[in-house]
Design a protein. Structure first.
Length: 100
């Protein structure tokens, strides 16, 4: 019997899913999907978390490639990484259709 190996698509989907695995991160992604960009200061005013915690959540999303940040001193402007966001949507759609 031949072992099945994990595909690159599965690895990417898992990375995106892990980054999305917290309600604060889901909120940020939903917010950014509805507008062009958002400043980190605006996010910290809207969310019930301290700035250092928000920073960690933004770092997770950025490391996964779902968002990108641009420094505009003294703030950072965050936007969706549209290519990776689209890729994540396509991967999840494909995965969720398995077995249907």
């Amino acid at each position: 019997m031949q072992k099945e190996s994990i595909t690159e698509e599965q690895q990417k989907a898992a990375r995106y899913a892990k980054a999305m695995g917290h309600p604060i991160r889901m909120y940020v992604l939903e917010l950014l999907s509805k507008q062009a960009c958002c400043y980190s200061g605006d996010l910290s005013e809207e969310l019930p978390v301290v700035k250092s915690t928000l920073s960690q959540h933004l770092k997770e999303l950025k490391d996964a490639g779902l968002i990108q940040g641009e420094i505009e001193a003294p703030c950072v402007k965050y936007c969706l990484n549209k290519d990776n966001w689209q890729e994540a949507q396509n991967l999840f759609r494909k995965f969720l259709k398995i077995g249907v």
